[in-house]
Design a protein around this ligand. Structure first.
Ligand code: ZN
Length: 440
């Protein structure tokens, strides 16, 4: 461009001299203006007509780049709670940005959304209705797992009604916290709901086992009473499909064997990598970066068919929970699983306004394990299958299988993918009203 400017100027001066006339001041100004105009026009011409632009430098590989590209980055988030219609769009936006294609929302009482101490078990019926509405509105991007209160009557009828209205499973609460008076969460849900191995709950377990209804059941397996109760239920209903979230609140050397005991003995037991409260997230991720890296890596290796992805962010209307905050909160769960090293920076992370800024060591899981954790295990769980059961034609032809079968046979999706997708869709009546709603 500089060269072109110079050439224009030189040509004009040559022309003026050749005519041999005196050059007055007005002419000089006019000539000058013409030169400027020509230079501008010349530059514009060059800008718009250049066929040979400077090659763009290759963009640097971003930090936290996943070790494999799409489409394996499909994720089912198997654990969160929501109680505000206003938060739905924000939640979906944060999840879509992280390649999360669906979230299981578990039916929850008021005390999940409001601060401690844990109060009575209230408002859960309203929350169930909200989740069913959201599941319908989002065409399954929200997956509803309503809850019941064991102290209510007609729970089986209620569960059947929820399932008929689009619920994909059942959420049960025992509670995460101590049952000891004076401990944090002394008024835990456990205290309000009582033991769940009571006989009047048996019809629920029976029904779920028989009909392959997946159950998410929050239990703190570190508490022996809760462990005993759950064990006695599984002895009686050994084929129930149950997810015990958060590794059963077991993470350290002294308590990880408790969740392992359940996973080793019952093929329908799953768990999820989600840690809830931001303080727990910071603590666990720091642990993984330092003293627990090998142990947790081994756990993932050993139980790679049983662990699912989850967040437990609890999107409330609290003003610090912006879309960006939720996106970053979800992303850090991916970063710890995918990377050898990662950087996290979430400002105002905890309710006390503490920032989460760190350079940590992650688990660097293999592609195979990540795919299982991200969605394959969730598809099995949602389809009501134990970890060692195959997704097969028997499952595929259940429910609205015929319409689905035709549509999928004619699609050009890879055959193995088709098999998984179909099983999931049909197992959960995913196709409704003839529309092609696909989870992944
Ligand atoms: Zn939770």
């Amino acid at each position: 461009m500089t060269e072109k400017k110079a050439t224009n100027k030189k040509n004009y001066n040559h022309k003026a001299q050749k005519k041999g006339r005196p050059v007055n001041k007005v002419n000089i100004i006019l000539v000058f203006l013409i030169i400027i105009s020509l230079v501008i026009l010349g530059s514009l011409y060059f800008e718009f007509n250049s066929n040979d632009p400077e090659p763009e430098p290759e963009p640097p590989i971003p930090q936290n780049q996943p070790p494999f590209p799409l489409p394996t980055q499909r994720i089912i988030n198997t654990h969160d709670h929501i109680d505000f219609m206003d938060m739905l769009e924000k939640w979906l936006s944060s999840q879509r940005q992280c390649n999360v294609s669906a979230t299981i929302m578990v039916g929850s009482p008021n005390s999940t959304f409001w601060s401690q101490p844990k109060g009575p078990f209230t408002h859960y019926l309203e929350n169930n209705e909200l989740l069913l509405d959201m599941a319908q509105m989002t065409n399954g991007e929200i997956i509803a797992f309503p809850t019941i209160n064991p102290n209510d009557e007609n729970n089986l009828e209620r569960l059947k009604d929820y399932l008929a209205r689009g619920a994909r499973g059942l959420n049960l609460w025992t509670g995460h916290h101590g049952v000891l008076e004076g401990s944090w969460g002394a008024l835990s849900l456990y205290d309000w709901l009582g033991p769940l191995n009571r006989t009047d709950m048996y019809p629920i377990y029976e029904y779920c086992q028989k009909n392959r209804i997946p159950v998410i059941w929050s239990n703190n397996l570190g508490i022996w009473e809760i462990r005993e109760y759950l064990w006695s239920i599984l002895e009686r209903f050994p084929d129930m499909i149950i997810k015990i979230p958060h590794f059963g609140i077991c993470f350290q050397d002294y308590n990880l064997p408790f969740i392992e005991q359940f996973l080793d003995n019952y093929t329908g037991v799953y768990t999820c990598f989600s840690w809830g409260h931001p303080e727990f997230v910071m603590e666990k991720f720091e642990n993984i970066s330092t003293v627990r890296n090998e142990a947790i890596s081994e756990f993932f290796e050993k139980y790679q068919d049983r662990i699912m992805f989850g967040t437990d962010i609890v999107p409330t209307i609290n003003k610090r929970k912006t879309v960006e905050w939720m996106r970053k909160h979800t992303q850090v769960y991916k970063d710890v699983l995918e990377n050898e090293n990662y950087h996290v920076e979430i400002l105002n992370f905890t309710p006390d306004g503490i920032d989460f800024i760190a350079d940590y060591r992650g688990l660097n899981l293999s592609k195979d394990i990540l795919e299982k954790v991200y969605y394959k295990n969730a598809i099995k769980f949602l389809s009501g299958l134990a970890w060692n059961e195959e997704l097969n034609e028997t499952i595929i032809t259940r429910g609205d299988g015929e319409a689905l079968k035709d549509a999928w046979e004619n699609s050009d999706i890879h055959i193995e993918e088709k098999r998984i997708r179909k099983a999931y869709c049909v197992g959960n009546h995913w196709w409704e009203g003839g529309t092609t709603t696909v989870l992944i």
